[in-house]
Ligand binder design. Structure first.
Ligand code: ADP
Ligand code: MN
Ligand code: MN
Ligand code: MN
Length: 392
């Protein structure tokens, strides 16, 4: 493990996330600044512009820094789309439209993280921009007050092997003791996980928990519950922070759905969902499950590249070939948590989405299927899918 050091946080009270939390103390990040510069004040801040690129089959995060005068909002900016699979070299300019800004927990001070939508110079959303359609769908069905809580699983890699897998080749002890484990023989990368959690909280993101997963080096954090597109905004920023926090540790995180073949769990992004009606009435929970069942294949096709590798019917998954549901059932496509069955109201857990899914696509599709059916629309009958076929 690369050496790292705590550095005093320069953040005071945070305004992000609307929770009014004041966190003091230290953040464990790498010693990014090896040359000591004098501490004279500057009247600018650093805005890290983050966007989602055009890589297929799974889009990737990119970011770059803009210096902005203090007191000014981050303005519209541009980038070279020919280097991100978003444009050709002769018409390379793409536009960055800021949509979600939080305090930057890595740099601290007045610096910010600025999540952007990618736009064409014409002002239209870029074809790779999935947020815009998500926002439109959420707005159309706003009266349902849809909530999403996403469980983001991921796997740490050091070099070519998952963290905890012997460098010499071969495999660690079989699965069984790693999930929510403790101890150096079972837990790999906790210092990175803790630094990431710290960073997310300081950015004001609504993280609801973390846990070690079934395969060594595999972890999970949960975001939500939040409306769409906020759930997507916060998950994408939390993913960016995960990659960024891993840098000084020499550890990379991957969202690949089946990082190790064989008897090792894959990585998913269980998506917990409720509408106002579902939070009051069990019949609405069952109706939502029926609506998801009616469009199973469309959901599978949009739930992340490589989903057939992960949804095998083994390792706490249901086969991608069929739709099943059940109370407390971790081998089903959709699980009804026992508390929900007991209370006769609450939410459902869609266990199908891959770790590498796009939360804008998944939340859009769930709203379209469930709220579309509940409002008597034609969208839930499977005949008029608004999203055609698979995307990355
Ligand atoms: P699991 O038992 O599947 O591991 P987790 O505790 O990891 O579940 O995640 C549950 C998620 O469900 C959390 O992100 C939480 O915020 C979310 N959640 C709780 N209640 C609701 C609700 N009514 N609607 C949507 N999401 C919810
Ligand atoms: Mn979980
Ligand atoms: Mn999990
Ligand atoms: Mn789950």
């Amino acid at each position: 493990m690369a050496p790292f050091r705590n550095r005093p946080a320069t953040l005071g009270a945070l305004s992000g996330g609307g929770r009014g939390t004041t966190l003091a103390g230290e953040i464990a990040v790498g010693r990014s600044q090896r040359v000591r510069i004098g501490r004279s004040r500057v009247n600018v801040y650093r805005a890290e512009y983050i966007w989602i690129d055009g890589t297929t089959p799974t889009q990737k995060l990119r970011s770059k820094t803009k210096i902005v005068p203090k007191g000014e909002e981050p303005p519209i900016w541009a980038f070279d789309g020919s280097s991100t699979q978003q444009a050709t070299g002769d018409r390379s300019d793409c536009v960055l439209q800021p949509v979600f800004t939080v305090p930057d927990p890595i740099r601290g001070g007045d610096d910010k993280l600025v999540l952007c939508e990618v736009m064409l110079v014409s002002g239209e959303p870029h074809p790779s921009n999935t947020r815009r359609a998500c926002t439109e769908m959420a707005t159309r069905h706003a009266e349902f007050d849809s909530w999403f809580g996403i469980e983001q699983e991921y796997t740490f890699f050091k070099g070519a092997r998952p963290l905890g897998f012997p460098d010499s080749g071969g495999f660690p002890a079989p699965q069984g003791g790693y999930y929510c484990g403790v101890g150096a023989d079972e837990v790999f990368g906790r210092e990175v996980v803790e630094a990431h959690l710290d960073a997310c909280l300081r950015a004001g993101l609504r993280i609801s928990g973390i846990n070690a997963e079934v395969m060594p080096g595999q972890w999970e954090f949960q975001v939500g519950p939040l409306n769409a597109p906020a759930i997507g905004d916060q998950l994408w920023v939390a993913r960016w922070l995960l990659y960024r926090v891993g840098e000084p540790f020499g550890v990379s995180a991957t969202l690949y759905p089946k990082p190790v073949r064989g008897d090792w769990n894959g990585a998913g992004a269980h998506t917990n969902f409720s509408t106002k009606q579902m939070r009051q009435d069990y019949d609405a929970v069952m109706a939502a499950i029926e609506a998801l069942k009616a469009r199973h294949d469309l959901h599978i096709a949009n739930y992340g590249f490589g989903i057939e590798e992960r949804l095998t019917g083994l390792h706490e998954t249901a086969s991608y070939k069929e739709f099943t549901y059940g109370v407390s059932h971790r081998g089903a496509s959709v699980r009804i948590p026992w508390q929900v069955a007991k209370d006769r109201r609450g939410y459902l857990e869609d266990r199908r989405p891959n770790a590498n899914m796009d939360p804008y696509v998944v939340s859009r599709l769930i709203i379209e299927s469930v709220c579309g059916a509940a409002s008597g629309g034609r969208q839930a009958d499977g005949r008029e899918p608004a999203l055609a076929g698979a995307r990355g």
